[in-house]
Design a protein around this ligand. Structure first.
Ligand code: SF4
Ligand code: FE
Length: 482
């Protein structure tokens, strides 16, 4: 396993083509706006070395028998699935943001099943290739970007009917030693903190779209791959050089648009090639795992609830019955999020490849809750925090020799609490509910791993309504069989 330092060093050795604010970055790792997101991924390496978290953060490779970081593990039991949920919550609670590495884990696990399913029908050797690739990932302890979401263009049209055929990533040329692909993947979480990019189709595909049915893995700095960093609300605060206004002083997340500008992929890195009927198989498995992964939000919720309780105490309001009740409600919602992730893991099952898959219905219910509850938890946190969270002047004003004293005096809460501490906790709540971390805690909760409607479609497909009707009809004498 890599240490956090080794991980950081390994990123320095990559030659990524990253753009931000219209310019190419020559140092990605030390860029102040990107750095907190690198710190969050580095934490997944650091935590794996701590004896107290060893059981959750590490696993034994089913391929080599070696101890590996759980983020590179293929789930071998429901126990493994449960530990993955616990790892997500633990990491969310230690970083207060999206720590990005789960997308790779979920891609690897999904591919471990889909490659075998394709081989069984087509006599291909994708699973063997994939296992070799997996050994490399585990051995080197790499972070992978699981790249699924295409730009999608006109949502009413399939890929081949788009005015611009590149709006879904596709194969444009076949060569003797590999293929050339063109397209883009949008909203890629943790892309520039990753060593590898694992590309998958974004929707189930039909025969006319066979050129879009492609899955492969490439080093993140492969020739022709370009990154354009997404902006986040309040992102420039990280570049201001202070240590208060950014709220979370250490960690953050990031998303990027990843462009594949006619990129070569060698055959040994390809896990699906035009077997269009398996695109949906891969998408559904990845989505189910990633919907489970949103236990991370319960971890961020832990931080937000802690912040809300802290500000209530700093304001001298913590004994008010309505404040106590709001904190209870926040906890209730947060634990309900956790319940969904635990439940789909506990009800997991073994697939033909030996990989354990979560219960898909419960994973979708889990994620459907995630599209709602963090918004309500945030609303309650903002209610408890009060308006100062958004009217607070800057750290520079607070540090100013001329005017800082007025902030010190008039932003005081309880007499024994330093004003600065009160400002710090307010900035953290702002960060999670309105600032850079709100990308992960709110909008990503809404759209990550599929927007709310995607889960509702899955729920409608997976529940057995006829069985439920029979149950009801039997009890009232309509349906007379046993
Ligand atoms: Fe992992 Fe959560 Fe970030 Fe998705 S949103 S990558 S599950 S931390
Ligand atoms: Fe996500």
């Amino acid at each position: 396993m890599k240490t956090a330092k080794e991980y950081e060093q390994s990123l320095r050795e990559l030659n990524l083509e990253v753009y931000m604010f219209g310019e190419r970055l020559d140092n990605v790792v030390d860029n102040p706006i990107i750095r907190p997101s690198m710190n969050a991924v580095a934490k997944t390496y650091e935590m794996a070395w701590k004896p107290e978290y060893e059981d959750i953060m590490t696993a034994t490779s089913h391929l080599t028998g070696k101890k590996i970081n759980r983020f590179t593990h293929i789930h071998q039991s429901t126990e493994d699935l449960l530990k993955k949920t616990k790892m997500g919550r633990l990491m969310g609670s230690h970083t207060g943001c999206c720590f990005q590495r789960c997308v790779g884990t979920d891609s690897l696990n999904a591919l471990s099943m889909t490659t075998l399913a394709i081989d069984n029908v087509h006599g291909t050797l994708y699973n063997k290739r994939f296992i070799e690739y997996l050994k490399f990932i585990q051995e080197e302890d790499l972070t992978c970007d699981g790249a699924m979401t295409d730009p999608k263009g006109d949502r009413s049209l399939p890929p081949h009917k788009q005015a611009d055929p590149d709006l879904y990533l596709r194969v444009i040329e076949e060569k003797t030693d590999g293929i050339i692909v063109r397209g883009a993947k949008a909203h890629q979480t943790g892309a520039v903190n990753s060593h590898e990019i694992i590309v998958m189709p974004t929707i189930a595909l039909k025969a006319e779209d066979r050129d879009y049915a492609v899955s492969f893995a490439l080093p993140s700095d492969a020739e022709g791959i370009r990154y354009i960093m997404g902006r986040q609300s309040c992102d420039l605060r990280k570049a201001e050089g202070g240590n208060l206004d950014q709220g979370n002083l250490f960690f953050g997340g990031h998303e990027a648009l990843v462009i594949f500008d006619d990129v070569f992929v060698p055959w040994e890195r390809i896990f699906m090639y035009k077997e269009y009927e398996f695109a949906g198989h891969l998408v559904e498995r990845f989505a189910s795992y990633h919907r489970q992964s949103y236990a991370c939000k319960a971890g961020v919720g832990d931080v937000l609830i802690g912040a809300a309780q802290t500000i209530a105490e700093y304001n001298g309001a913590e004994k008010a019955s309505h404040i106590k009740d709001k904190i209870i409600e926040m906890n209730h919602l947060n634990e309900t999020l956790y319940c969904g992730s635990i439940a789909c893991a506990a009800e997991g099952h073994e697939e033909p490849s030996g990989t354990y898959l979560v219960n898909t219905l419960l994973a979708n219910v889990c994620k459907q809750n995630v599209t709602r509850f963090p918004y309500e938890i945030s609303r309650l946190a903002q209610d408890i925090a009060g308006g100062l969270m958004v009217t607070l002047p800057s750290e520079k004003d607070f540090r100013s020799p001329e005017i800082g004293k007025w902030m010190e005096k008039y932003f005081k809460g309880k007499a024994d609490i330093p004003t600065e501490d009160r400002l710090r906790i307010l900035r953290l709540i702002e960060n999670i509910t309105l600032g850079t971390a709100a990308v992960g805690y709110l909008t990503e909760s809404m759209h990550g791993a599929g927007s709310p409607q995607a889960q509702r479609i899955m729920i409608s497909r997976l529940v057995n309504l006829n069985e439920k009707k029979k149950l009801a009809q039997k009890l009232c004498g309509i349906h007379k069989e046993d």
